[in-house]
Design a protein around this ligand. Structure first.
Ligand code: ADP
Ligand code: ASP
Ligand code: MG
Length: 590
């Protein structure tokens, strides 16, 4: 007898007949001899309707009352779902988040799960009932109703699957799997047979709305086998798996985050502590920053740029301006009409020229790239919001994702997922959804090349990385800062043994464009690895502070959900490793 969690999204329970059809799926599983927990979202667009209603009453409704209001959507759908199961002659019990015992912190409208008690659900399952759990909601220590953030029912489902040690978590939705990009935006998108946790985590957090990214954090931490499939078509869908079981492609998918804003702290004193001052102030209000880019300081001053979701712009801007005054920076600029386009693939690390291909595709469409950041498995670029869809299309095509054909799905793949012992993971965490830091690594094998004074015109990054790719150089980190006065700065790292070749190529490129090149033959790259690194506000700052305290200046930063990388001077490598291990509670270097 297996235990299966089935989650039905809003469209899958939009009306009475859809609720009956979804209930039939749960009953079929139950009749096949499995224990079934169903997690249900609010019907159709009910949550949007409630949000609009609140806005009609107040411009700034309190977050506590929003949660009280929004949680009603799921309370309606679980009751109806349970009635549908009962009407078909089977036992069912509906439960709210509080009744299950989903404990969260008190961050209303984006609460994180701390713990889930399983006794009640298990007793009901053992009594032969199908348990219908309300998605998206929990209860804090003072008994207040909380919600997990829009799209949070996925997180309820995977978290329940984790604590119940379920054999499978099925996400039923209105698409028949995970696609190479949003199939509603690009008809050429193709369904993937499987995808790794890390890739899905990045795609979800970089804008692919199909899964709540925090649900994938749970899936990865607790080794939950997840399948995303259609509520309406009986086909197997896409499996989300551990990296060693998924196909390694240089690029698996393209994501668009279309509501991004960029802020630049201009002319900040280029010294340890400036970044800490900025990012600690942002972290205080729980703003998750992305695409942090600091240009190489000139005249003792540097620009620090980063992106935030547009909703957080006003707050982030106000805080950045406050910091600018406090540290004596020259000013603050911002732009709210930005979009972030990202390509994600676990096989990208080992393949030359991936970045060049992406930038060339954008350049061919005359799309200007304002900022670039990369990590081992993703490349993100910031473009004008109006260029977003065209950028996705161009990049999707450049990697041949359109003609890959939908992959056949092997429903038995990943059947014997090696589970990371949930108990062991929980022991390392204070709460189930806490940040999980796995390791801190030092890589002293790279050289850093920086172009300054590049003209800020479409195609510059493309030219640079096409030539670098043609020279056969395996590029690791790439960072392009926000341009000032029409000039851009691009830095990248290569293996130290390729440094001579890289600087030759770089000088050639620079000469043709009136730019200058600087290089550092050896730098130290420090990486913090784990789960939830970008989604937990303030992680970057936990790294900036100890490095600033130790007097270490950071040259480059890149963030992703599973990794945070910084480049510092080679001579600071050892000290940095020691202070970071201590700051993140890791044991002494192994
Ligand atoms: P549900 O209400 O079932 O939770 P969502 O609307 O949250 O459904 O998620 C499904 C939607 O996600 C799809 O209709 C699709 O438009 C969108 N989507 C975005 N990116 C992708 C992708 N890479 N693959 C599949 N669907 C995607
Ligand atoms: N009903 C909530 C929302 O619309 C949660 C969910 O559907 O996952 O965001
Ligand atoms: Mg959803």
């Amino acid at each position: 007898m297996a235990l299966v969690v089935q989650k039905f999204g809003g469209t899958s329970v939009a009306d009475a007949s859809k609720i009956k059809a979804a209930a039939a799926k749960a009953i079929a599983r139950h009749q096949a001899g499995d224990q079934v927990v169903v997690v249900v979202s609010a019907m159709g667009h009910q949550t949007d309707i409630l949000v609009d209603l609140a806005r009609e009453i107040s411009d700034r409704p309190s977050a506590r009352e929003m949660d009280m209001l929004l949680s009603t959507g799921e309370q309606v759908s679980v009751a109806l779902f349970a009635m549908a199961v009962q009407a078909a002659g089977h036992k069912a019990v509906s439960l709210t988040g509080a009744q299950i015992g989903i404990r969260t912190d008190s961050t209303h409208t984006k609460a994180r799960i701390k713990s889930i008690s399983t006794d009640h659900v298990r007793a009901l399952l053992d009594s032969g009932a199908i348990v219908i759990a309300a998605g998206f909601q929990g209860i804090d220590q003072n008994g207040n109703i909380t919600t997990l953030g829009r799209g949070g029912s996925d997180t309820t489902a995977v978290a329940l699957a984790a604590v119940l040690d379920a054999d499978l978590c099925e996400i039923y939705t209105d698409v028949d799997g995970i696609y190479t990009t949003d199939p509603r935006m690009l008809a050429d998108a193709r369904r993937l047979g499987s995808i790794s946790y890390d890739e899905m985590l990045e795609l979800a957090s970089l804008g692919a709305g199909v899964m709540h990214s925090r649900s994938i954090e749970f899936a990865k931490k607790f080794g939950v086998k997840v399948v995303v499939r259609s509520s309406f078509k009986d086909i197997p869908g896409t499996l989300i798996l551990a990296a060693d079981q998924a196909v390694k492609r240089p690029v698996s998918g393209v994501a668009l985050a279309k509501d991004e804003a960029r802020i630049t702290l201009e002319g900040a004193p280029d010294q340890p502590g400036s970044s800490h001052a900025l990012f600690s102030t942002l972290a205080e209000s729980g703003i998750a920053v992305d695409m942090i880019v600091q240009n190489v300081g000139q005249g003792g001053r540097a620009d620090v740029s980063f992106t935030v979701p547009e909703d957080d712009l006003a707050d982030a801007l106000e805080r950045t301006e406050r910091v600018a005054k406090a540290i004596g920076a020259e000013g603050v600029s911002h732009d709210h009409r930005m979009a972030k386009v990202s390509v994600v693939g676990v096989g990208m690390e080992a393949e030359e020229g991936v970045a060049g291909r992406m930038f060339s595709a954008l350049s061919a469409e005359k799309i200007n790239v304002h900022m670039i950041t990369t990590s081992e498995i993703k490349i993100s670029v910031l473009v004008d919001r109006t260029d977003g869809p065209a950028a996705v299309k161009a990049v999707h095509k450049a990697f041949g994702l359109h003609d890959a054909g939908s992959e056949p799905v092997d429903a038995t793949a990943g059947g014997s997922l090696p589970k990371s012992s949930p108990l062991e993971v929980v022991r390392r965490l204070e709460g189930m959804e806490d940040l999980a830091i796995e390791d801190c690594l030092l890589d002293s094998s790279q050289a850093l090349v920086t172009f300054t004074d590049l003209p800020d015109t479409p195609g510059v990054a493309a030219d640079v990385f096409q030539e670098v790719g043609r020279a056969g150089l395996l590029v690791d980190m790439i960072v392009q800062s926000h341009p000032r006065n029409g000039r851009a700065e691009i830095s990248f790292t290569v293996p130290a043994e390729s440094r001579d070749k890289a600087t030759d190529v770089a000088h050639g490129i620079a000469k043709a464009r009136g730019a200058t090149v600087a290089d550092v033959p050896h730098v130290a790259k420090l990486s913090i690895t784990g789960v939830g690194i970008r989604s937990h506000a303030g992680v970057a700052d936990r790294l900036f502070k100890p490095l600033a305290d130790a007097g270490v200046n950071i040259d480059l930063v890149s963030t992703s959900e599973v990794r945070l990388n910084v480049i510092v001077a080679a001579e600071h490598g050892g000290t940095s490793l020691a202070v970071l291990r201590k700051a993140f509670g890791l044991h002494a270097e192994r």
